[in-house]
Design a protein around this ligand. Structure first.
Ligand code: ATP
Length: 361
């Protein structure tokens, strides 16, 4: 069942001149879905969320909730709960007063409000924190109060704008699990904004990857990871290597590309890729799927290591690789690289046939 629909939505701000902050975005979000807008700073994800919330009206296009047109409806009529990066709590009020705020505005009786506040605090695992002052809580606890405050009004939709940005790395991971648990339990349709691809992958049912105001791809975390639609999505999700290689043979769902060192390798390709023998294909190879072999191995790419970073679980190698034309910078994340590999070394790189994917420019 479709809950939220954006149809050809655009937003131009007078100050940004001709460039649209959000450019012809069409999306549908299902009831109960956890849907993420992901992209680099300035790509238009906050502006999109603010149009769903009603803080901005689109310059063009339509927004519908459950089939009803809300494009120009006032924010307080839309029945959405918002959670912001900076929590936006009232510092002079207690936790309970903060959570009760939306109920008071809605004229819910005192007894009902007290019960619902206690329920909401229990839901975010803050039972008994009602009388505390906001400044007596950690950042993670404050963000859970903000979540309780958004949920207590039982909104038809939860809108979250980078809610974890102010938390340290460990707390971010814990809190993202908590947010997803609470969202699953309440079944509230949620739209989540982040620039953090790992967070988006871990939390979302589906992700819309945005760049320059446009949606580049919509898919499940697995789809955008394994089958990126274009070079931008490939590089943004998981920092893929994107190589230009000549096509030897082409079929409906895969193409065979020639390697500069000799040999061929197959890469999966989307329906209607339109490539034929002699064309150049852009092939995405994940850093963790490329293997380091000897510099003399047959059918391997040849490269020179420029940097080695040991991160514990994996070692990241940066290499300049000969891909036929100009040298290409590649990254490899190897689980068991021999210790002796260092900057300046020449190595071979094997591309994983079953993991390569053809992307659009
Ligand atoms: P970030 O992660 O940095 O918040 P974002 O992807 O959420 O980025 P937006 O905040 O939606 O991006 O901004 C998209 C574009 O619109 C940017 O170029 C921004 O400068 C511009 N913009 C956003 N809000 C306004 C505004 N109120 N007036 C003018 N331009 C704006």
């Amino acid at each position: 069942m479709i809950d939220v629909e954006l149809e050809s939505v655009s937003k131009r701000f007078a100050r940004t001149g001709d460039a649209a902050a959000v450019d012809d975005v069409t999306l549908t979000i299902g009831a109960g879905e956890f849907f993420t807008l992901l992209g680099p700073s300035g790509c238009g994800k906050t502006t999109t969320l603010r149009m769903v919330a009603g803080f901005y009206f689109p310059s063009a296009g339509h927004i519908r909730f459950g089939g009803q047109d809300v494009t120009r409806m006032a924010p307080n009529k839309r029945d959405t709960g918002m959670v912001f990066q900076n929590y936006a709590l009232f510092p002079h009020m207690t936790v309970a007063q903060n959570v009760a705020y939306g109920l008071k505005v809605r004229k819910v009786s005192r007894a009902d409000a007290a019960r619902r506040v206690a329920e909401a605090l229990a839901e975010v695992h803050l039972d008994g924190y009602g009388p505390r002052r906001i400044d007596q809580l950690s950042g993670g606890q404050q963000q859970r109060v903000a979540l309780a405050r958004a949920l207590v009004i039982r909104p038809r939709m939860l809108l979250l704008d980078e809610p974890l940005s102010n938390l340290d790395a460990k707390l971010r991971e814990e809190t993202r699990t908590e947010i997803r648990r609470i969202q699953r339990e309440s079944g509230t349709t949620s739209i989540y904004v982040t620039h953090d691809q790992a967070e988006a992958m871990a939390m979302s049912d589906r992700i819309a990857v945005m760049e320059s105001g446009r949606v580049q791809q919509v898919g499940t975390p697995r789809e955008v990871y394994h089958q990126p639609a274009n070079a931008f999505v490939a590089r943004f999700i998981g920092r893929s290597n994107v190589l230009s290689l000549p096509v030897a043979t082409a079929e409906a769902n895969r193409v065979e590309v020639a390697l500069p060192g000799g040999g061929h390798v197959f890469a999966g390709a989307p329906e209607g890729h339109g490539l034929g023998a002699g064309d150049t294909a852009l092939v995405s190879a994940r850093p963790e799927h490329v293997t380091v072999v000897s510099a003399t191995a047959t059918g391997a790419l040849r490269g020179r290591v420029t940097a080695v970073e040991f991160t514990g679980m994996t070692t990241h190698l940066t290499l300049d690789v000969d891909t036929g034309g100009a040298e290409t910078r590649m990254t490899v994340a190897a689980v068991d690289t021999p210790d002796r590999i260092g900057a300046g070394d020449r190595v071979g790189l094997r591309l994983p046939a079953e993991r390569l994917w053809v992307v659009r420019p």
